[in-house]
Design a protein around this ligand. Structure first.
Ligand SMILES: Nc1ncnc2c1ncn2[C@@H]1O[C@H](COP(=O)(O)OP(=O)(O)OP(=O)(O)O)[C@@H](O)[C@H]1O
Length: 841
């Protein structure tokens, strides 16, 4: 047991002694085979598992020569058990499910204690949060495919350790894409509409949908089609013959020739032709030039994958499809039956960190995915030094020039301020302003609670500079000074993660406190382009978004080989507040609604966060919650496009991951955010994770998936609302012939959705249940969540900008918990822990 664990236990004992609390409620730990993990059930160990402490970064070279580079996660505890991870996980390899990994579920995070009185912090929560953000930097195409799709590559992705359940993540990304292995895609089953598009307009997703409806669908439904509808009996639909074309549709060859001529001239002059007026393309162009290899647009990529996905196996087609068996008897004992039952994992003895989820795939694939595209109105070539290939030197020169021109920018900004109040992004002579994407500007003007003045990108004298609104008020003269002359470090470190370390700084000019994130250096085995992309993602998102529930970036600068992002400072990690165990139900609801509001904003502008978790929420002393860490965020929709750009890669943190992320190579990232938000709510309420990872090898998750009249997780995850998918039909047919081992039993609180939901307050159950629908296609979307009666009824603290200074409107039914600053951030806690352990030695 680590000294930290001891410390935490001591603290817990003290807390228990003083509160007279029943610690048995809070100490759900291992869920061994045969246990349900429910509190108060026999066999639940009452001792917190060992807390892995920080371990040094290390590089692991696999037998196949590929390398995993990762650092350990850290966990901290407040009160009873406080998980915390700060992990770097960078890889260019495919992950193999290690034996350890197969034991995830055994250290039982689980649904448990009823909400009455708000349960104390579970030790499983502590252990589970070792899950780290999988930040994927590999440039390999394709994605890491978890076991469900192994059939396409015999010999790959076989289950390791005989644990059953989900077979291993298949061998390598390269094999998944590079070898032409069919990549499964969920898009075909996702009816979500992209922002600003009508519901049935998602050509991207629907396109592949149609191809997944094979003749088998017709076999089943063809006979019952209405009379005026005839079934298409082939997947090949030929174009109608056209005998004549109206003259107005005929473009003369001369016209074409002259158009292409002028295009060529534009290129020769360095004027790029806009592929899309998208946020990401605009941003991407700041750093990336068109690479000869990257000629296809993200949507093309997406479409390519779609087609390969739809050609390919459907989930149920693969032989290694995970099968669920109702492993819980009436007493809640997990007792697997049948050969296909994933065997309950055995207790983990090793550090959870060592076996935590392995990163995979290229996260960058669909993020800011338009290095190839360029701006129409403000060709980056005019404003940013460009090389033919993206490079760190681009990034450096960008930041260098940016920082040296902040002063000029700020002056310009001040002049423009008045204009900006009326028109968020204005154009003025001498200053070229990159227009904000349509959907961002729409969103900003549509903000229901106050209006928010965004920052802007200005291109001046060949430089591109970002100025956040705060910079508008800052003194231009100070801005000319180097970073170290403008800010001084103060206080302690706030935290560190996969992206870098975050520290507290003070602006000398006005003594204002900020948080500064120093991006980590590029790893040796990391592809330059991916590193640059990761940083630019955070930079671009941070500097572009403007919403009270999204952290505001003040400036970003490159100096002395360091990339520094200055952000507004929030006094508390939400995690620390949750772990204080002092939050009232109303306060939890307020925080939840604020998180949802931030997510709604992101989704409305075509962005998904993909790494929503307590750790990535900070809260200020006014009770305003802000989402941070956009290192994993992706664009899922481009303005004026109805095409869904799917995300790829297992990105996020294990306990918060949506199941489809672990199953499919590509997925809609919006339902993923929705799922994660529900897990955040469950964590706030229960002080522990419902499960450690959404895989069947996790006993708690397996029980959650049980009792649904369906034996296959693939079938559950690919369910569609209407019309039924091919897989569902198969499932339906199968269930008609053979009875499921997982018959639904709403009265059994140990299995099925009720396993989680019954632990939550009644009014929350409906929408939370819809948020954790196993099938992303059936999962509710953020807009529907916001109009849920319970969500609407939440009295939420919010910000209004009705004057020069934003004003916080506090809710009436709660105040926000504050903790001592020494316990408000993880770094402080770690320091405390170290001090204590040193004094013990
Ligand atoms: N603006 C802020 N105000 C206060 N604390 C912050 C702020 N930004 C970050 N932190 C602290 O620093 C920690 C690390 O920040 P962040 O998540 O951005 O880093 P990261 O390296 O990207 O982490 P990850 O491993 O999740 O990718 C956060 O968990 C939080 O505790």
């Amino acid at each position: 047991m680590s000294s930290l664990t001891k410390l935490l236990k001591e603290k817990q004992q003290q807390t228990d002694a003083s509160n007279g609390s029943d610690s048995s409620l809070a100490t759900i730990t291992e869920t061994k085979p045969g246990q349900t993990g429910l509190p108060g059930q026999p066999g639940q160990p009452a001792v917190a598992p060992a807390v892995p402490t920080a371990a040094p970064s290390h590089v692991k070279v696999l037998r196949n020569g590929q390398t995993i580079l990762r650092t350990t996660s850290r966990t901290l505890d407040l009160g009873q058990a406080q998980p915390r991870r700060t992990t770097t996980s960078v890889t260019t390899v495919t992950q193999i499910d290690s034996e350890d990994d197969n034991h995830h579920g055994s250290v039982g995070s689980d649904v448990a204690s009823p909400v009455a009185g708000l349960p104390t912090v579970s030790s499983s929560f502590l252990t589970s949060n070792f899950a780290h953000t999988a930040s994927l930097y590999s440039s390999n195409t394709g994605s890491f495919i978890d076991g469900n799709y192994n059939s396409g590559t015999p010999g790959q992705g076989q289950s390791v350790g005989g644990a059953g359940g989900f077979p291993i993540r298949g061998s390598s990304q390269r094999s998944s894409a590079g070898s032409g292995r069919p990549i499964p895609s969920l898009s075909s089953s996702i009816p979500y509409s992209v922002p600003n598009s009508n519901k049935d307009g998602g050509s991207g997703s629907h396109g592949s949908n149609s191809s997944s409806l094979t003749s088998s669908w017709l076999e089943v439904y063809g006979n019952s089609l209405p009379k005026n509808v005839s079934a298409i009996d082939s997947n090949i639909i030929s174009s109608p013959q056209v005998d004549s074309v109206e003259p107005r549709f005929v473009i003369s060859k001369q016209k074409l020739a002259s158009a292409s001529q002028s295009n060529l001239q534009q290129h020769a002059q360095g004027h790029s032709v806009s592929r899309s007026n998208s946020f990401s393309s605009q941003i991407g162009n700041m750093f990336f030039s068109k690479s000869s290899k990257d000629t296809s647009s993200p949507s093309q990529h997406s479409n390519n994958h779609h087609s390969s996905g739809s050609n390919s196996s459907t989930p149920s087609n693969n032989g290694s499809s995970a099968t669920i068996h109702n492993s819980s008897n009436a007493n809640g004992n997990a007792a697997g039956k049948g050969t296909a039952i994933p065997k309950p994992s055995r207790a983990r003895t090793t550090s959870i960190y060592s076996s935590s989820r392995q990163p995979s795939s290229s996260y960058t694939e669909s993020s800011y995915g338009s290095p190839t595209s360029t701006l129409h109105e403000n060709p980056p070539s005019q404003s940013i030094p460009r090389s033919h290939h993206s490079s760190i030197s681009n990034l450096r020169s960008f930041f260098k020039k940016s920082s040296s021109n902040v002063a000029a920018s700020a002056q310009q900004q001040q002049q423009q301020q008045q204009q900006q109040q009326q028109q968020h992004f204005s154009h003025s002579p001498g200053v070229k302003t990159v227009p904000v994407p349509q959907n961002i500007s729409n969103q900003m003007s549509n903000m229901s609670k106050g209006s928010f003045t965004p920052g802007s990108y200005n291109s001046m004298n060949g430089e591109t500079i970002y100025s956040a609104p705060a910079a508008n008020h800052g003194a231009a003269r100070e801005a000319q000074l180097p970073f170290v002359k403008r800010y001084i470090r103060t206080g302690e470190d706030l935290g560190a993660g996969a992206g870098g370390s975050v520290k507290l700084i003070k602006r000398i000019a006005d003594n204002k406190i900020f948080a500064v994130k120093e991006f980590r250096a590029k790893f040796d085995n990391e592809v330059k382009r991916d590193y640059v992309k990761k940083i630019t993602s955070e930079y671009c998102i941070g500097t572009t978004l403007n919403h009270p529930n999204i952290i505001q970036t003040i400036e970003i600068t490159y100096e002395n080989n360091r990339i520094l992002q200055v952000m507004e400072y929030c006094e508390y990690d939400l995690f620390a507040i949750v772990m204080s165990n002092k939050m009232s139900y109303e306060e939890i609801c307020c925080c939840f609604k604020q998180i949802l509001t931030g997510v709604q904003y992101l989704h409305s502008i075509g962005l998904a966060h993909r790494d929503l978790k307590l750790d990535n929420c900070v809260i200020n002393s006014n009770g305003i919650v802000k989402l941070i860490d956009f290192g994993a965020a992706v664009v899922f929709s481009y303005p004026f496009s109805k095409t869904l750009v799917e995300a790829s890669g297992i990105v996020g943190s294990d306990p918060y991951l949506a199941p489809e992320v672990c199953i499919f190579a590509k997925y809609d990232p919006r339902p993923v955010d929705v799922w994660s938000a529900a897990i955040i709510f469950a964590c706030m309420m229960l002080k522990k994770f419902p499960w450690k990872i959404p895989k069947l090898r996790d006993n708690s998750f397996k029980l959650f998936c049980s009792g649904r009249n369906c034996d296959s997780l693939s079938a559950l995850v690919t369910r569609t609302p209407d019309p039924p998918s091919y897989e569902n039909l198969k499932e339906h047919e199968a269930s008609k012939n053979s009875s499921s081992n997982n018959t639904a039993d709403p009265n059994n609180l140990n299995i099925g959705p009720q396993r989680l939901l019954h632990s939550l307050p009644e009014e929350t159950q409906h929408i939370i249940g819809r948020m954790v629908d196993l099938a992303p296609a059936c999962r509710t979307n953020i807009d529907d969540i916001m109009s849920d009666p319970w969500i609407e009824s939440i009295d939420m603290c919010y910000v209004v900008e009705d004057g020069p200074k934003p004003r916080v409107v506090s809710a009436n039914d709660h105040t926000h918990t504050q903790v001592d600053q020494s316990e408000a951030h993880i770094a402080g806690l770690e320091k405390k822990k170290k001090k204590k352990s040193d004094s013990h030695q």
